[in-house]
Design a binder for this molecule. Sequence first.
Ligand SMILES: *[C@@H]1O[C@H](CO)[C@@H](O)[C@H](O)[C@H]1NC(C)=O
Ligand SMILES: *[C@@H]1O[C@H](CO)[C@@H](O)[C@H](O)[C@H]1NC(C)=O
Ligand SMILES: *[C@@H]1O[C@H](CO)[C@@H](O)[C@H](O)[C@H]1NC(C)=O
Ligand SMILES: *[C@@H]1O[C@H](CO)[C@@H](O)[C@H](O)[C@H]1NC(C)=O
Ligand SMILES: *[C@@H]1O[C@H](CO)[C@@H](O)[C@H](O)[C@H]1NC(C)=O
Ligand SMILES: *[C@@H]1O[C@H](CO)[C@@H](O)[C@H](O)[C@H]1NC(C)=O
Ligand SMILES: *[C@@H]1O[C@H](CO)[C@@H](O)[C@H](O)[C@H]1NC(C)=O
Ligand SMILES: *[C@@H]1O[C@H](CO)[C@@H](O)[C@H](O)[C@H]1NC(C)=O
Length: 544
Amino acid sequence: MYQSLLGSALVAAAFVLLGQAARVVHDWDIGYLTVNRDGYTTRRAIGVNGQLPFPPVYATKGDTLVINVHNSLDLPTSIHAHGIFQKGTNYMDGAGLITQCGIPPGENFTYEINADQAGTFWIHGHYSHQNVDGLRTPLVIYDTEPAALEYDEDMLIFLEEWYSNEFSVRMAEVLNPLVPFPPPPSFPYGLINGINGNDTAPITFVPGRKYRLRVINMSSTEWFKFSLPGHQLQIIEADGVDSVPHTVDGLDLGPGQRYSVVVTAHDTDQYNYQFNATLYANFVPFIPGMNPRYYQGLIEYKTGAPVKTIAQGDDRQMEWSDDIVLKAWDRQPLMPVDKTFNWTISSKKYSNNITLAILDEIPFQPPLVPPLFSAMSMGDLALNDTIYGPQTRAHVLRLNEVVEIVIHNPTILDHAMHLHGHDFQVTEYGPSGTQVDPDAPPIPVRKFSEWPMRRDTFVVPAFHYAKVRFHADNPGVWMFHCHMDVHFAMGLALTFVEAPDVLQKQQTIPQGFFDMCHRQGIPTSGNGAGNAGFNLTGLPPIPN
Ligand SMILES: *[C@@H]1O[C@H](CO)[C@@H](O)[C@H](O)[C@H]1NC(C)=O
Ligand SMILES: *[C@@H]1O[C@H](CO)[C@@H](O)[C@H](O)[C@H]1NC(C)=O
Ligand SMILES: *[C@@H]1O[C@H](CO)[C@@H](O)[C@H](O)[C@H]1NC(C)=O
Ligand SMILES: *[C@@H]1O[C@H](CO)[C@@H](O)[C@H](O)[C@H]1NC(C)=O
Ligand SMILES: *[C@@H]1O[C@H](CO)[C@@H](O)[C@H](O)[C@H]1NC(C)=O
Ligand SMILES: *[C@@H]1O[C@H](CO)[C@@H](O)[C@H](O)[C@H]1NC(C)=O
Ligand SMILES: *[C@@H]1O[C@H](CO)[C@@H](O)[C@H](O)[C@H]1NC(C)=O
Ligand SMILES: *[C@@H]1O[C@H](CO)[C@@H](O)[C@H](O)[C@H]1NC(C)=O
C-alpha cells in the first residue's frame, strides 16, 4: 500500500517534470532569397523558409530545442546557438569545420540543443559566415525563476547591420593581393527588428507598466548605441548572465553582445517619446550621413500624442553600459587563476601580399580534420596541442583549470571576442600600445569592483587590453574568435581543447555527424591532417 502510494507520487512527479520540459521544434529550410531589407538595395541573402527576418526562437529553461535543418544552399551550412554552453553535447555547437563538417547541400540534419540556461541569446549560421548574409535570429530562453527586477512585459529589440553586397564579395576584396589593404570601407545600413531602422514599428508603452527590453546586437562589424531618451534603463542581464540591477542612460553593444534592461513607463500618456539607435564604426572617419548613421523610432504611449524629443547633450556625459561596473547577480567571487594566456592582436601582410589577422602567432585556419574528431580519436595524444596542426592554434586545457586571457589590442579597431561553451568573468581594462592621436586622453586602468560580471562576448577597445577568466568545466573543443566576421575570416581565432581525456569518456558523437563528413570526403579520425601520431603531412602550408 505504502509502496504503491509512493509509486504513484513518483509517477506524478515525473509527469509534472516532463510536462514542464518541452521539446520546442522548428523546421528550418535554409536557402537563398532576394530581398530589400534596408530600403536601398535588393540583393541575394540567406533566410529560413523563404523569410528574412525569420521568427525568433523562444523556449523555457529546461526545454530541448529541436531544429530540423534542410540545406537548400549550394554550400554546406551549420548553426550555432551563441551563448549556449552545450554541456555534454559539444558536437551540437555547430562550429563549422571545428565541431562538425557542414550539412551538405540538399541534405537534412536535426540539432537538439538543451536550453539549460535562461537569458537572451541568438542562433546563427557558423559556416562560411552565413550569419552576415542573414542567417541569424534571436533566441530567448525564459527563466523559471523570477528576475532581479519585476516587469510586466518582455520585448525584443534586435539590431543588425546590412551590407549592399554579400560577405563573400567583401571578403574576396579584403583577401585580394591586388587591392591595397584595407579596401575602402563599405558603410552598412542599420536594421532594427529586421527592417530599416527608421521604419521600425513603434514600441508601445502603457503608462506605469514595466518592460524588459532584450537588446541584441547581431551585427558583424559595426557598433550600436541604443537609448530611450527620457527613460532610464536598468540593466539586469548581459549575455545570458543576470546582473545586479544597474541604471544607465544608454547601451553600447559590440557584435554578438546582448543586454536586458527594465524600463518603467511614465505614468501619463501625455507624450510620446523617441528611441535612438546609432550605428557607428570608430575606426573609420566621421562621414556625415554614413558614419555614424542615426535611427529613430517612436515610443508610443498614445496614438497622435505630441512627441517629446530630448536633446542628447554630450555623449560622453551620458552613462553607457559598461561590463566592468556591472556585478554578477549570483555574486560569484573572482576565481583564482591556474593558467594565463597573453595574446596581442595584430595583422601582417604575407609574402603573397595578402593581409591576415593574428591572435596567437599565426592566422587561424581550420585543419583537415575538425578538431573535435581529432580530440575524440587520438587517445592520450589528444592531450598534446601539436597534433591538431599549427594553424588550429589549439590549446589543451585540463579539467577545472581557471584560465585567464589577456588580450592586447594596440590597433585602431575595437574587437569583440567570443568564446564558445563558456562565459568569462570580465576583470580589467587598461591601455595598450600608443594611440595615434597624441591629444587623445590617456586610457585609465579600470578593474571590476566586486562579483565580476560574466558574459560570453567581450569587447577589447582600440588601444586597450582586456582581462577575463573562465572555468574549464566543460570538456569539448571550443572556438575563441573575434565576432567581427571579416577579422574571423582573416584568421583572428583559436581553439581551446578542454579536457579531451574526459571528453572521450563522457561524450559520443552521433553517427549523423560522421555521415556528413564522409559524404564530403572529410576524414573523421587522426590528427589535424588525418594521419597517425605527429605526422602532419598534408596540411596546407602556413603563410610566410
Ligand atoms: C528534409 O527536409 C525537408 C524540408 O524540411 C523535408 O521536406 C524532407 O522530407 C526531409 N527529408 C528527409 C529525408 O527527411
Ligand atoms: C553591434 O556590434 C557591432 C559590431 O561589433 C558594433 O559595430 C555595433 O556598434 C554594435 N551595436 C550595438 C547596438 O551594440
Ligand atoms: C533616420 O531618421 C532620422 C530622423 O528623421 C534622420 O535624421 C536619419 O538620417 C535617418 N537615418 C537614415 C539612415 O536615413
Ligand atoms: C536622439 O537622436 C536625435 C537625432 O539624431 C538627437 O538629436 C538627440 O540628441 C538624440 N538624443 C539622445 C539622448 O541620444
Ligand atoms: C603580455 O603582452 C604584452 C604585449 O605584447 C606585453 O607588453 C606584456 O609584457 C606581456 N605580459 C606578460 C606577463 O608576458
Ligand atoms: C606583391 O606586391 C609587390 C608590390 O606591388 C609586387 O612587387 C610583388 O610581385 C607581389 N607579390 C606577389 C606574390 O603577388
Ligand atoms: C607534444 O609532442 C611533442 C612532439 O612529440 C613533444 O615535443 C612535446 O613535448 C609534447 N607536449 C606535451 C605537452 O606533451
Ligand atoms: C605521413 O603521412 C603521409 C600522408 O598521409 C604519408 O604519405 C607518409 O607516409 C607518412 N609518413 C610517415 C613517416 O608515416
